[in-house]
Design a protein around this ligand. Structure first.
Ligand code: ARG
Ligand code: ASP
Length: 712
């Protein structure tokens, strides 16, 4: 018996040393190829349990949430969990100074109190199929890109039309491996999704933008929704008579937590990675473009902060904008730092040297030998246009007045021949947009942002490569004052009056509005000077990247490569584990409620702790949600490869039970979209026990816990 144990320990150390996955975002229908490795790492279920089209499987509980995040179903009543930051927009839309759900949280105490969220949808993947061969029928490597695309489009159209006849689901086909493979997806889209609950921001966003992208972390980043269907369980537009959706599968929830070294996997919708880029592109992104965006956004955020601190109304108005601008700002800072610190460009160059040697090693590799040269040349050529695009979007369109005015371009172009029906439809649409724009608009912020951005724009872009309006500016401050004083788009009453009494005279007034003119000048510049160059260079680059991808696959036939993320469902797996970000520094894999109390600072918005949470902490009133060490675990890290879009994804244990919700990555590893390093790239999840503790003990929403399947 004793010997047997030693043997088992040896065996498992051996296989632990051997198997250290982490990198990879795998296609669920092909998971049988990973199954052995996953089981060696500790998984106790099968690939079929995760993805199956023959019986219910975990995939039936996973959704693309709101087009940008992941969510999972946790009850047979369609109850759904995702991150607080994924539900944020919807929480914000229901919030006002009177009903400040951002600050105070929201809990529906019965289904009748749940809040409809117009515009929110969730998408279930019902099935996927490999259609590579059919899509690439009639394609060969010597075809021009245009011919190739035309043929592919034609093939796709045919395949989709044929499948549409046999299914009620939405059919689409997406490229994988940069167009070397194609998969067909059958999706079902539910559009009646209601807000059920969310914690106050000082739990759901604890640490705010200060802690964002950083470990150790103490954010209770979750919110709760419910999916509704018609009486037959089919998707339906919102109707108060709709009923809770009954899923084929909902996730079991584990109260056991996870130990260092435990197998874990994430199942969700990673949006975009670029793991196979050439060095020159990584260098351009990390060392040229990202730093500019970081600088511009940093300056915008400073202005937001100043005004948000002064006025609670402005704080709410700019909360969502701040979070989304700030998120990219901080991430790209981390990408640059990570790529440089861990010599990402040099690593890519070293690989390219091997690739080049390999390409020269056999005659039938002729299509690969000039690729790297071509990349150098084409990315260099792309550079000025990339810069122009960056300023156009980050400095030009960032001015809210200008992008809002841009919405009225079509209306400013109506003539006496435009059908009245069309005009009416535009007006209705613009009224809605205008109401939501002004709800969250604070002119003094926008003025200051505009002056700052235009100065930066002028400083950075050469006079012969700028939108015309910029070259006409003598004094930026004066120009901005004039712009804001003269445009009608700063004034809700004026905009409404124009929309209410729309006539020919207004068309002229609109067309001459200075903000609309700035928008036209920006767009005109982009269309005439930038767009064509970017798209034709990108078409060439995309072709070369596709061939380079194929080359990398040919060169490493024994290495299992994964396709870059493309907003389709993926499985990624690794271990629950901490890491060593720097010499002499080690991160433990979990944080606890103690850390929240440690960070507490009533004077800093991001670190205010709810009195009720403190009370629960003081009484150690954790119920069955405490870890066996007696503390309340809040968040944990794992070596699982994730990216944007994976937010809200379930992180599951060896039995496929819910351990937590993925919501972020560690600062040191944000470069993982370009280069994944298993030693330092970690994803961050909120521990499901903390989520349940907040729902149950903090909010008293015990009825929601009752709905769930909890495994003690
Ligand atoms: N960094 C995470 C992700 O990319 C979370 C962002 C939301 N949190 C925040 N403080 N802005 O989206
Ligand atoms: N926070 C990201 C999201 O919103 C996840 C990540 O980038 O790691 O999807």
């Amino acid at each position: 018996m004793k010997y047997l144990r030693v043997f088992i320990i040896l065996l498992s150390t051996f296989s632990f040393g051997l198997v250290r996955a982490g990198e990879g975002m795998w296609i669920p229908m092909l998971l049988q190829y990973n199954e052995k490795e996953m089981q060696e790492m500790g998984m106790r279920i099968t690939a079929e349990d995760i993805y199956s089209i023959n019986h219910s499987s975990l995939k039936d509980a996973i959704v693309l949430f709101g087009g940008g995040c992941t969510g999972e179903i946790v009850s047979d009543q369609g109850l759904l969990l995702t991150n607080h930051h994924c539900g944020y927009d919807y929480i914000q839309k229901h919030s006002s100074v009177q009903h400040d759900y951002l600050t105070n949280g929201f809990w529906a105490m019965n289904m009748g109190e749940e809040l409809p969220c117009p515009g929110l949808s969730v998408i279930f993947l019902r099935e996927m199929r490999d259609v590579t061969e059919k899509v690439l029928t009639g394609i060969n490597i010597d075809m021009s890109e245009a011919d190739r695309q035309a043929k592919i489009d034609e093939n796709i159209k045919k395949i989709v039309a044929a499948v549409e006849k046999e299914t009620k689901y939405k059919v689409s086909i997406k490229p994988y491996f940069l167009g070397n493979e194609y998969y067909l997806l059958l999706n079902e889209i539910y559009t009646d999704v209601r807000l059920v609950g969310c914690p106050p921001s000082n739990i759901g966003k604890f640490g705010g933008d200060t802690d964002n992208w950083v470990w150790p972390r103490h954010t209770g980043d979750f919110s709760i929704f419910r999916v509704y269907a018609d009486k037959d369980g089919h998707p339906a537009v919102y109707d108060k008579d709709n009923v809770p959706y009954k899923p084929a599968k909902h996730l079991d929830i584990s109260l056991k937590g996870a130990e260092e070294g435990d197998f874990a996997f994430v199942f969700g919708y990673p949006a975009r990675t670029n793991e196979y880029l050439p060095a020159v592109a990584v260098d351009q992104e990390a060392n040229l473009i990202d730093p500019i965006i970081v600088d511009l956004r940093g300056k915008v955020l400073d202005i937001y902060n100043k005004y948000q601190e002064q006025d609670p109304k402005v704080r709410i108005q700019y909360a969502s904008k701040h979070a989304s601008i700030g998120n990219g700002w901080k991430k790209w800072m981390g990408v640059t730092e990570g790529i440089n610190h861990f010599h990402g460009v040099e690593k890519k160059r070293a690989f390219e040297k091997d690739f080049q040697e390999w390409a020269l090693g056999a005659r039938n590799r002729y299509m690969y030998i000039d690729l790297l040269n071509q990349f150098e040349k084409n990315y260099k050529e792309l550079e000025p246009y990339q810069l122009a695009y960056t300023y156009f979007s980050e400095a030009g369109l960032r001015i809210e007045l200008v992008s809002f005015a841009g919405r009225f371009v079509k209306l400013s172009e109506v003539t006496k021949d435009t059908p009245q029906g069309e005009i009416d439809a535009m007006i209705t649409n613009l009224k809605t947009r205008s109401a939501s724009f002004f709800k969250d608009y604070y002119e003094p912020i926008d003025r200051e942002v505009a002056a700052m951005l235009l100065k930066e724009y002028l400083k950075a872009q050469p006079a012969d490569f700028r939108p015309d309006f910029l070259n006409g500016i003598k004094d930026v401050d004066e120009y901005v004052d004039n712009l804001f004083n003269k445009s009608i788009f700063t004034d809700e009453a004026k905009v409404n009056e124009l929309l209410d009494n729309f006539n020919a005279k207004n068309v002229k007034k609109l067309a001459n509005d200075p903000a609309l003119k700035v928008y036209q000048s920006l767009i005109g510049f982009y269309r005439n000077e930038v767009y064509d160059h970017i798209s034709s260079l990108n078409a060439t680059i995309d072709r070369q990247r596709r061939i380079y991808m194929k080359g990398q696959m040919d060169m490493q036939p024994d290495k299992r490569l994964f396709p870059d993320a493309n907003f389709t469902l993926r499985v990624t797996y690794g271990k629950v584990e901490g890491f060593k970000p720097q010499d002499g520094k080690t991160y433990r894999h979990f944080t606890t409620l103690e850390g929240i109390i440690e960070k507490e600072n009533p004077d800093i918005y991001d670190y205010v702790v709810e009195p009720r949470l403190k009370q629960l902490y003081n009484n150690k009133d954790y119920g069955r949600y405490a870890d066996k060490d007696g503390t309340m675990h809040v968040a944990f890290t794992a070596s699982v490869h994730t990216t944007g879009g994976n937010s809200g994804s379930p992180i599951l244990n060896a039995d496929g039970q819910l351990l937590g919700l993925n919501f972020d990555r560690c600062w040191e590893g944000t470069m993982s979209d370009l280069l994944y390093d298993p030693a330092i790239c970690r994803n961050i999840s909120v521990d499901i026990r903390y989520v349940l503790f907040i729902i149950d003990k903090f909010a008293g929403a015990h009825h929601l816990i009752e709905e769930m399947t909890i495994v003690e």
